[in-house]
Design a binder for this molecule. Sequence first.
Ligand code: CP
Length: 309
Amino acid sequence: MSELSVRHLLGIKYLNPKDLELIFQTADHFKEVLGRAIKKVPSLRDITIANIFFENSTRTRLSFELAEKRLSADVVNFSAAQSSVRKGETLIDTVNNILSMKVDMVVMRHPNPGAGIFLSRHVQAAIVNAGDGAHEHPTQALLDSYSIRERLGGVGGKKVVIVGDILHSRVALSNIFALQMQGAEVRVCGPKTLIPKHVESLGVKVESNLRDALQWCDVANMLRVQNERMDMSYFPSTREYARQFGLNKALLDSLDKEIVIMHPGPINRGVEITSDVADSDHSIILNQVENGVAIRMAVIYLLASKIKQ
Ligand code: CP
């Protein structure tokens, strides 16, 4: 029987192409389940999962919780804002206390890059990285690739441009790894100040002109400017940013081909993307959110089968 090569999902860079294919095939099965009248299977009745979030989240937190409940796992939710972390408790103490209540798997979002890796070395549970600072957001990249497959029939050979705040983006890094692993060509586009200095060493070309980048690509993944991670001004004004790197209908219509538009959310309408583009037929933004549940069911199911061994 096929199984993942890893015990934890810490980042796309720890996976191999067979892992990705297994996750996508398993997600196909769960997507069919989610289309049924009864959207639930008993697969994980003996598994308890803690979702621990040290950073804000709408899509990822709800999507993981739904995925876990659709698999019949027992679920506990922990939000740092209302916890004893506020009283000075360490990450390892917090998690070991949760685990002593017989928890098998921890889904964690944390502002520090590598927090999930650190945890996986110190606690006895399967760890799923739900976003660690500007490092990785592996389930987002998996659901993004799955959504491209669904819309375009595959990822191999496709041209994908990631636009915006690449510097602070865990979505960008995980997408670069996932897309390249499947044979896609990736470029990044954004203000020079928001492009990491050594990004080309990842095999990614930098494009400074948005129109040229869009004309080149099959898929444009528009990222949010992450003001909450900025300690200085990276561009003159939001209006200037939107003028140079925002995607609007006129720009989209001026291309001589159709492209697919993606966004991981949350969207800043009128900044990186206008409403008429975000809500257009070119956009697969809500398909991404829908596919997130099937992808997370697949990841949790596959990791849980390794716990049971
Ligand atoms: N895409 C994403 O991670 O969204 P949230 O921050 O709302 O979870």
